[in-house]
Structure formats: C-alpha cells, structure tokens
Design a binder for this molecule. Sequence first.
Ligand code: ADP
Length: 475
Amino acid sequence: MVLTFVLLLLFILQIVLFPKYYEYVKTREITGAASAIEESWGKGDAQEVTTKLAKSLKMYIEIASPSNPLISFQANEIGGSLDFIKLGISELKDSVVKSENGYIFKRYTDTVTGNSALLYGTYIGSKSHVDAYIFVYSNLQPLGTTTQILQSQFMMITLFVLFVSLVLAVFSSAHISKPIIRINNSAKKLPQGIFDATVGKDEYEEVQQLAQTLKEAAGEIAKTDNLRKELMANISHDLRTPLTMIKAYAEMIRDLSGENPEKRAKHLCVIIEETDRLSALVSDIMDLSKLESGNEALNINCIDFSAHLNGIISRFSILVERDGYDITVEAEQGIVICADITKLEQVVYNLVNNAVNYTGDDKKITVKLFRKGGFARFEVHDTGEGIDAENLPYIWERYYKVKSADGNHKRAKVGTGLGLSIVKNILEQHGFAYGAESEVGKGSVFWFEMPLESSAETKPAKPLARFSKKNNLPS
Ligand code: ADP
C-alpha cells in the first residue's frame, strides 16, 4: 500500500509534472536574472553582472537604454536562434511600457521544430522616462527524450520493486501465517481437549508464545474437565450410596423388622443418619456454589472472638459426653476481630468437625486462639494419622479426599469432601491467611489468622446459623 503510494508519487513528480517543473525553474531563472540586473543598474556594474548571468545560465540578455545608446549592450550565450528578435525589439519595448505590471512574459513555440523559448522583458525608470529596457531570453530544452528515458527507467524500477515485494510478501506471509493457521486449526480442536500444535524454534517469538499459551490453556481446560467429571462422579456416588441404604433399610423394615421394635428402631436410626448425611451433602454443595458464585456480600461485624469461641465449641459437647472426645480450648481473652460472624462460625465448625472426624484414638483435640503480631491466630490440633506432604496442598480443593492406598476414591467414613473448600472460600473472601501443617502418624494443625481489631465497638455474639451433624455409619 505504502509502496504503491510512493511509486505513484514518484510517477507524478518525475513523469507527469517534470516538463512543468522544468519550465517553472526556467521562469524563476530568467525573472531572477532580470531582478539582479535591475539591482546592479544603480551600482553601475550592470554590464559585468549581465555578462556573467548570460554565461552561467546560457541566456540572451539585452539592455537597451533609449536615452544613452552607449550603455546599451547584449550578452548572447544562448548559442541558438533568437526568435524574439524577429518580433521586433521596438514592438516589445512598447508592450513592456504599456503592460500593467511593468513587465511582459512570453512563451514561444516553433511550429516546425516544436522547440520553445521564454522571454521576459521589463524596464528601469518610469513609464514616462524609461532609463533602460531589459530583455532576458532563454531556450527551453526539448524534454521529450529525457522524459522518455525517465519513463522507461521508472517502469523498469517499478516492475523490479513490485517483483521483489511480491516475493518478499509471499515468503513472509508463508513464514508468519503458516504457524498461525496451524495453531488456529489446533485451537479448534481445543473443545475436544486435543491440542497438538508444536512450537517451532525458527518461528517468531510472538507465535511461539501464542502456541505456548494455547498449550497451557488446553492443559488447564483438560484439568478442569477432568475435575468436573471426577466431581460429578463423586457427588453422584455419594448421593446414591445413602439413597441405596435408605431404600434397603426401609425395605427391611417393611419386610422383616416391622414387627420387631428393637430391630426396627436400629434400622430407622440408619435411615435417619443417612438422611442427615444426604442433607449435609446437599447443604454443603449449596453453600459452596453460593460462595463460589461470589454473589453473597460479607456482613462484617466486630466481636470478642475469645468469648464467642466457647459458644461454638460447646456445640460439640454432645460428642464429648457421648463418645468421650477430649476437646480443649486454650483461648487468650479479649481478642476482638471483625468478620462475617456466621461464615466464620462455619469455618471454625468445619475445622473442629474435621479434627473430631480424623483425630487419633486418644480422641484429643486442642483449639487455640492467641495474639501473634497484629493478628489473632486460630489453630485446631488433632492427633490423627495426619496428611502426607503429597496430598496436603490439595485438601482445599472441592471434593478432594485423600485417596485410599489402592488409589481409588472411597466413600469417606465421614464428611462430604467439601468442608475445607468452603473454609478456603470464606477465608479468601475475608482476605485471611490460612493453612495446614501435618505430620503423618502424629496429627495435623489447621490454622487461620485474622487482623486484630483494637478500636471497633464489639457486638454481642449471634447464635450459630446452622448446625449439621455428620456421624459415622453404623457398622
Ligand atoms: P471431608 O468432608 O471429607 O472431611 P474436607 O474438605 O473437610 O472433606 O477435607 C478434605 C480431605 O482432607 C478429607 O477427606 C481428609 O482426607 C483430609 N483432612 C481434612 N482434615 C483432616 C484432618 N484434621 N486430619 C487428617 N486429614 C484431614
């Protein structure tokens, strides 16, 4: 495009406007010479200036003084015919004086040869008393041949430039577009999870980066897709299992144990527990999808968390009494924090609930709350079998359950596999740091840290919004 424009511009300047430009330059030359002579007239060196100008510009210059023929002279360096003289110098003098602007400008063209010439005439003095007439005459060189040479050269250059640019364009477009077309074709296969574009070493860096980015995107899509499939499989598995149990036990009551109050009560117990498990799973899924959609705004309040903590832990007192769990709370007093209290209660509940579910045979759980720097640190310690380093980074993922030794997802004895994911979402929404440390065989510590609030007005604690019990299955 730019190249075409440049070529067109050159064509207009060099070929079309060339004769006009030449004439323009010549016109300036002769008018310039006349003004130089006019100037030198007063200084007395007009003759010298005239001779020099005529010589250097190859002109005929005539100065004719009507009052003093002695100072009239001609300088003829034109070396050709002086057509204007044929017109009669006296006639020309007349037209100079009569002219409105004080000068005449004529262009002659020989009808036989086609040659042209320019004549410029002016006078020094006034119309009534002319000191001298100045005539400057210059031939215009025939440009036909020059223009033809230029034209043919121009055509050759144009063809050469077009050929070279065509070759370059074909070469570079193949070099640039080929890998892009290849990547595009591969990108079309992305929805099927196939990305087979290779990154060539000789390709442009940008193309390499594009291919790399698509490769990474394909990897992420494949990962998400696998995760989604796994999630669906796990959820449907965990929804189906309690339903199967409920159906089986209900049939048992109908067919066998209906008349036996002791057995019936036992079977009904299983049905109730499985229903609990189902509703816990469903409400966890709902909580998580609500959190992940990010539509729910936090309802931040500042409270004395030390006092509030005991209230949350007391919810586990039934386990302490019934199953002999030893839950110790070591909380520094007067720790004030600001958070969405209902959600924070859910975090504490889920972490303590996990500790209860996974702690060791001593059934020991320690909950700690203390100041650390400008933060309030909450910790839950258990004495369970712990989580190995390989699994530890992934426990916060949705539905992640530490796999059994054979590598399969097994139905957890407890929990839905969503608890930690809910914890993670809530803490991240608050911007609180969190983590887990664990030593296989010794136990785990789950923690999070909240900024300490010193000035805020504290509000009385609100009761827990929800309490769902997750129990073991009866054997
Ligand atoms: P779940 O409802 O199955 O407990 P979570 O999201 O709460 O699901 O936890 C994910 C996984 O992390 C659990 O299945 C378990 O393998 C592991 N985990 C969580 N807390 C503990 C803990 N205190 N001790 C050992 N493993 C734990």
